[in-house]
Design a protein around this ligand. Structure first.
Ligand SMILES: [Zn+2]
Ligand SMILES: [Zn+2]
Length: 125
């Protein structure tokens, strides 16, 4: 029963986070051990409740209940969720051109966040 409770707790943490979390973030937030976190992540990935991607040799986990893209600031490394998705036409174009069927997409934008952009302007002066 403890396994289920830990798993539910870890799922809730990922579900309520708007940004992707690393296993270490989840370990800290759930106050459980890393092996417990990995066991839960493995189950949640297998059952499709969460999705993951790797960046800079680290895996990040996010909820699959709502479609979203992400932006990561290359300076402060903060993630930002993006809920606008305008790529239906692009997908249709690719499907026609490449004779493929696209089932899903994952988009990660990289650049400078508003705060770092502002800081850059200040530094320039
Ligand atoms: Zn930033
Ligand atoms: Zn999208």
């Amino acid at each position: 029963m403890r396994t289920t409770r830990n798993r539910d707790n870890i799922f809730q943490i990922i579900e309520t986070s708007s940004v992707p979390l690393s296993a270490y973030d989840i370990e800290k937030l759930s106050k459980t051990s890393l092996p417990t976190v990995y066991r839960a992540l493995d189950y949640l990935l297998r059952t499709g409740q969460i999705k993951s991607f790797s960046l800079h040799q680290c895996s990040y986990y996010y909820s699959s209940s709502e479609h979203k893209h992400f932006f990561i600031c290359s300076k402060c490394n903060h993630f930002f969720p993006i809920y606008d998705c305008f790529i239906e036409e692009y997908e249709k174009h690719l499907q026609r051109k490449m004779k493929i069927q696209i089932q899903e997409h994952f988009i990660l934008f990289k650049g400078l966040c508003p705060k770092c952009l502002q800081q850059q302007e200040v530094d320039k002066r």
